[in-house]
Design a protein around this ligand. Structure first.
Ligand SMILES: *Cc1c(COP(=O)(O)O)cnc(C)c1O
Length: 367
């Protein structure tokens, strides 16, 4: 017999919970991919995404696919075989960027920070100085695998001095903390809808600067068809040439989520993420659970905590939280497996009520 799971309290590394309004939008009747009313919706989404990204970039679209589609799409449009690419890595998702760039034939140079630390701009400067002509520098703003925020300002300056493009993963920051694409001089960024935006997964907002667009136009090797920015622009911009059947219901949901962001106000939303993350810290401190990673760079959207020594099977704790209380939190990824818990306070999941539910449940499970 088929059974739909009961609603969960989603406090993992994504997806986050969606609001009743977003859930209702998801259930509206679909319309066609060339319906004029659809383009009213996508134009509104695009305008609101520009606000959330902090950009005027004309080419800002809700790409079909999850965050990984955004990552793949952005690299695929800019990288040609033999290009030199510098990837700053401070966790699992930085490693994925490097893997994607390699598969596209790039010569990949990596600058690594320990998991739990941010990348030193000096290390990027040194690598750029000795690398020769680097076409693109990429890093992850909010490393979901470690809970660490990468400061971007100094790196952005170095990239500009080198006359390279700057690509930033904002999957776990967009909508939960400032992103500032134009002010920092980020050329390309992709995100995901199921983390701090408060919509279901399946859309990857992306934004592309004029400089990056020109680099795309000058390339010689063709781009993989589905992700080609030029073809996608011809669909999203008038006169709207058919490209693929966009997931209309996901766009309805994204539209509703972005409307909620507008109503709340970006500043207030960022503050809410900080306040809820602080409350979580206080609550877990009472249980003797200590934060993981460098204190100066901890994210308000994804909170990494060390599994207490007294716990010998952390996976059991997570399983009990889910089975007995309907609460999801995440375990460690890659080399942090078994060592940390990852607690997302993102989008609609970021509420004091959820934090208090989790700490009460954890108190019982740990006793
Ligand atoms: C979740 C995440 C991704 C991947 O997104 P999917 O929606 O799972 O494809 C990429 N980068 C970061 C930093 C993430 O947190």
């Amino acid at each position: 017999m088929k059974r739909t799971p009961l609603p969960r309290v989603l406090l993992g590394p994504g997806p986050s919970s969606i609001s009743p309004k977003v859930q209702e939008a998801l259930g509206q009747a679909p319309i066609g991919y060339l319906d004029p009313e659809l383009f009213e919706i996508t134009d509104r989404i695009r305008a609101r995404l520009r606000t959330v990204f902090g950009t005027q970039n004309a080419f800002t679209i809700p790409l079909t696919g999850t965050g990984m589609a955004g990552m793949e799409c952005c690299f695929a449009n800019l990288i040609e075989p033999g290009d030199k690419v510098l990837i700053g890595m401070h966790g699992f998702f930085g490693e994925r960027m490097a893997e994607i760039a390699r598969r596209l034939g790039a010569e990949v140079i990596t600058v690594q920070a320990a998991w739990g630390e941010a990348i030193e701009p000096k290390a990027i400067a040194k690598a750029l100085a000795s690398a020769g002509k680097v076409k693109l520098v990429a890093c992850v703003h909010a490393e979901t695998s470690t809970g660490i925020c990468q400061p971007l300002e100094e790196i952005a300056k170095l990239v500009r001095e080198h006359d390279a493009l700057f690509l930033v993963d904002t999957v776990t920051s967009l909508g939960g903390m400032p992103v500032d694409v134009d002010r920092l001089g980020i050329d390309v960024s992709y995100s995901g809808t199921q983390k701090c935006i408060g919509a279901p997964s399946g859309i990857s907002p992306i934004t592309v600067s004029e400089r990056a667009w020109e680099v795309r136009q000058r390339r010689r090797a063709p781009v993989e068809w589905y992700f080609d920015w030029v073809l996608l622009r011809d669909y999203y911009d008038s006169p709207h040439a058919y490209h693929h059947t966009v997931p209309v219901n996901l766009l309805y949901a994204l539209d509703a989520a972005l409307e909620e962001i507008e109503e709340e106000g970006l500043e207030a939303r960022w503050q809410r993420h900080i306040a809820v993350s602080m409350l979580l810290k206080e609550q877990l401190k009472e249980l003797g659970i200590e934060p993981f990673g460098c204190a100066a760079h901890r994210l308000p959207t994804l909170n990494a905590y060390c599994v207490p020594n007294a716990v010998d099977n952390e996976a059991n704790v997570r399983a009990r939280l889910l089975q007995d209380y309907g609460i999801e939190i995440g375990g460690g990824l890659g080399k942090l497996r078994g060592k940390i818990w990852r607690i997302g306070t993102m989008g609609s999941s970021a509420t004091p009520r959820n934090v208090l539910l989790l700490s009460a449940a954890l108190r019982t499970v740990l006793n």
